[in-house]
Ligand binder design. Structure first.
Ligand code: ADP
Ligand code: MG
Length: 405
């Protein structure tokens, strides 16, 4: 878990800390059996109250790992000191049981386990001392039922662990959710900004490309020069392709009507279209559709989704590999699978899919999967990617079945 990520209301913190300090001081001054003895016990107690107070007051300004650790150690020493200094006050034993609970407040799992371990070691020493040296002289209430008290102590540690486990799980979930929201907000803003910039760039590009095409045909230029112009036009085409793909994400919704789409027909036309692309590397595309597969989507966008995914599958395949495309009904859903036996992806690569401009291809745009995720989400579908390096990839797309009648 990330530390320092949980912020708290400082005003409330200070009010509570001052109340704690007041309680500690009153314990020192009001009816204290060691008061007036001016011995080591009273001075040590005062010093511990002072150090713990300073640490607690410093924490909001300097919330470092070291300070957190110091607070836990000082608090442990403080409560054990109370137990040893005031054996007649039996309730100090309760505090010993609850020391690890303090570290839950810092939302730091390592610190919690440290505190739990430290407490177990210290209580074992204390019980050992009572059993072998004290023998009920100062701690009769513990010595009378040593085993019972020890079991109670263990039970209290388990309860604290349980509270920690539940709190920690919930905080972790909240943390992930919060990070996801931040991430998508960032993507949304950068996406909108980039779309605006892309749109502005497209016009000058068209002008430059137009002139280059003119020069390319102009006989006054040498063949070598014309070769350069062709190269420049090619590069501009690539740039245009990236921009068009990018802008297709930012298109206003009203252009894209939602209609009943027959998956079988679309898959047939897409696989026909990509057939020749597959033949470049001797890859065959095999299509298997079973049952009536109608979904509610926009035909053009649905085609774009399938083209991107099947193209990726072909590009990942080695020469001669088969790309299998299946579609069928599963409960209330239409399930489409694109299966390749190509290079596959690692877990980290799969996790990066959909990130703008993430591409491992020399001529890739890194926008294909991002567009796919957008389209799938828009028509209330889901997309799952299973991949293993060297074995291939299976992309599973699910859309709710739509009754054609
Ligand atoms: P592009 O195809 O332009 O590179 P995409 O967003 O379509 O962009 O894909 C991003 C990257 O994901 C690809 O560069 C490729 O490395 C990886 N990828 C996508 N599909 C597959 C697949 N079926 N097998 C292996 N890698 C894939
Ligand atoms: Mg692609």
């Amino acid at each position: 878990m990330k530390k320092n990520s949980i912020t708290f209301n400082k005003k409330i913190y200070y009010i509570i800390v001052w109340i704690i300090i007041a309680i500690m001081i009153s314990g020192l001054l009001i009816d204290n059996p060691r008061f007036g003895e001016s011995g080591v016990v009273y001075i040590s107690h005062s010093i511990l109250v002072f150090i713990l107070s300073v640490c607690l007051l410093l924490y909001p300004k300097n919330g470092t790992d070291i300070l957190r650790l110091t607070i836990i150690i000082v608090a442990s020493v403080y409560f054990y000191a109370l137990f040893l200094f005031y054996p007649e006050t039996w309730s100090t034993f309760i505090f010993l049981c609850f020391i690890p609970a303090l570290s839950i407040l810092f939302f730091d799992s390592r610190l919690f386990y440290f505190s739990l371990l430290l407490n177990a070691i210290l209580i074992t020493i204390i019980f050992g001392y009572i059993m072998l040296i004290d023998r009920g002289l100062q701690y009769p209430y513990i010595e009378e039922d040593l085993i019972g008290n020890f079991i109670n102590f263990i039970a209290s540690q388990i309860i604290i662990y349980f509270i920690f486990y539940l709190t920690n799980g919930r905080i972790k979930k909240q943390q992930i959710y919060y990070e996801q929201i931040q991430h998508s907000e960032r993507l949304k803003t950068t996406g909108q900004l980039a779309a605006a910039v892309a749109h502005e760039i497209r016009n000058p590009l068209t002008v430059v490309k137009g002139f280059l095409q003119l020069f390319e045909q102009d006989s006054s230029f040498s063949d070598e020069r014309k070769g350069h112009f062709t190269l420049m036009i090619d590069e501009l085409n690539t740039a245009e392709q990236v921009i068009s793909q990018f802008l297709s994400i930012a298109k206003p919704d009203k252009e894209n009507v939602t209609e009943n789409v027959d998956v079988n027909t679309v898959l047939q036309s897409v696989t026909d279209l990509l057939h020749s692309y597959g033949l470049l590397h001797d890859n065959r595309i095999e299509l298997k559709v079973t049952g009536d597969c109608t979904i509610s989507a926009n035909t053009i966008e649905f085609k774009q989704l399938l083209i991107n995914i099947i193209k990726n599958a072909i590009e990942a395949s080695t020469i001669g590999d088969l790309v299998l495309v299946t579609a069928g009904r599963e409960k209330g859903f239409v399930v489409i699978q694109v299966i390749d036996h190509g290079r596959g992806m690692s877990e980290a690569e799969v996790a990066s899919l959909g990130t703008p401009f993430y591409s491992l291809k020399s001529k890739g745009t890194g926008l294909g999967m991002m567009i796919c995720f957008n389209i799938v989400e828009k028509f209330k579908g889901t997309i799952d990617i299973h991949s293993s390096i060297g074995h291939g990839t299976t992309v599973t797309i699910r859309f709710p079945f739509s009754n054609p009648s």
